[in-house]
Ligand binder design. Structure first.
Ligand code: HEM
Length: 408
């Protein structure tokens, strides 16, 4: 059956560099279902509607096994589920407490106040290129940046950052289905999760006794209507921020640099006008979204989509990257066009689980891309397409080697 092979082609590594023709084919069957597999939704308006539908659950406990399990997240922490895998009311309570520290409306947020610090981290990373004339954008900038930012946000002391990063590396590597298959790398990741959990636990205990101006202190000492989080809830939330905000941001920056190098007119404009990074990042979230699909939704009752009945208990995949290129929603969807009037996308999801870290992710990508554009003299791609990571959900290059003539 041609449809059955389409899903396999999407997850097939051979198509990682350019899955967009496959998504176009997928949209011809807006509700695709193959034996034992998930129901796959690929048009913009259907995805958007389902993300707002309370009959669709994100709760890990309601998940049934299907043939798509190689795309599920591995057990990342050994901790109870964090709020990304919970439904209301628990989801809403925990997200509200986290939000009261991260970005309460109507006052300057913790994120706004980090702008100068973020710029300094990027400057230090780029200065670290030294006299090199070729760099890997992933290892040199995009990868180390988000983890340093999360450390500062949570309140990890500077002197502990190297230790923290050493635990995070194997955990993040373990998110990739390819690396996960090795027993040795799984053992290393498991050990790192344990160490990271114990370390964070110690930090939380300190913050209970002696609060500081950081997010961990806010979470344990919150005095809002929802009260504070328990130590376990703080741990799961801290690890969630770390995992959800890491590879996603790495991929946004790397996909961004790749796209700019393929569209040099925008690279040139960005060099002269860093404010253009705001539009560029929004268009990137549509054109090359770091999260290609959401494979972990279940319907808690029968639902009907485009005349197809999806039975209670079925797994649903929402293919954000296919919706983002839906011609019913976007004019000329395969064109990278930061000047389009309607800079909308599903790159951060939508509805109650829409990306909690979006303001931070946007700022990180805007700063990293505008600084790379400004400081790299005459950058050129070494390899196009670059080598990709195996992951079909969190899609992005493993390396992005760039030649350049010097640093500004
Ligand atoms: C949720 C994308 C960066 C924290 C999500 C979702 C998407 C997404 C698509 C929806 C998941 C779902 O509906 O199941 C991205 C992208 C990022 C990014 C593309 C970078 C470019 C970040 C950062 C953080 C973060 C930097 C934290 C510092 C979260 C959290 C959730 C989430 C906590 C769960 C929200 C909830 O369940 O209410 N993200 N994310 N993300 N993201 Fe992000």
């Amino acid at each position: 059956m041609p449809q059955a092979s389409l899903l396999r082609q999407i997850t097939d590594f051979a198509n990682r560099a350019n899955p967009y023709p496959l998504y176009e084919e997928l949209r011809r069957t807006p509700v695709l279902h193959e034996a034992d597999g998930p129901y796959v939704i690929s048009s913009y308006y259907d995805i958007e509607a389902l993300l707002h539908d309370p009959r669709i659950s994100s709760d890990a406990a309601k998940m049934t096994a299907t043939g798509d399990d190689e795309l599920s997240e591995p057990e990342t922490t050994g901790l109870p589920p964090s709020f990304i895998r919970l439904d209301p009311p628990e989801h809403d309570r925990l997200r509200r407490i986290a939000n009261s520290s991260f970005g309460p409306p109507h006052r300057p947020t913790r994120i706004d106040s980090m702008r100068g610090e973020l710029a300094q981290i990027v400057t230090d990373l780029i200065d670290g290129f030294g006299d090199a004339r070729q760099i890997d954008v992933v290892d040199g900038c995009a990868y180390p940046f988000p983890v340093t930012v999360i450390c500062r946000l949570l309140g990890v002391p500077r002197e502990d950052e190297p230790r923290f990063r050493a635990w995070v590396d194997p955990i993040v590597a373990g998110l990739d289905p390819d690396t996960r298959t090795s027993a040795e790398s799984e053992r290393v990741a498991q050990e790192a999760r344990l160490q990271l959990g114990m370390y964070l636990n110690g930090l939380v205990e300190q913050r209970v006794k002696e609060p500081r101006d950081d997010m961990l202190s806010d979470l344990v000492n919150s005095r809002g209507p929802d009260g504070a989080m328990t130590t376990m809830e703080v741990l799961t939330t801290a690890v969630l921020l770390l995992i959800a905000g890491h590879e996603t941001t790495v991929n946004l920056i790397t996909n961004g640099m790749l796209t700019l190098l393929r569209h040099p007119e925008y690279l040139q404009r960005l060099r002269q006008d860093p404010i253009l990074s705001v539009k560029i990042v929004e268009e990137l979230l549509r054109y090359e979204p770091p999260v290609q699909l959401l494979p972990q939704r279940t319907c808690i009752t029968d639902i009907e989509v485009r005349g197809v009945t999806i039975p209670k208990g079925s797994r649903i995949w929402l293919v954000l990257a296919a919706g983002n290129r839906d011609p019913e929603r976007f004019k000329d969807p395969d064109r990278f066009d930061p000047d389009r009037e309607d800079l909308q996308h599903l790159g951060f999801g939508s509805g109650i689980h829409s990306c909690f870290g979006a303001p931070l992710a946007r700022l990180e990508a805007q700063i990293a891309l505008s600084e790379l554009a400004r400081r790299l003299e005459n950058p050129r791609l070494v390899e196009d397409p670059p080598p990709y990571r195996p992951n079909a959900v969190l899609r992005g290059p493993r390396h992005l080697n760039v030649d350049f003539d010097g640093l500004n």
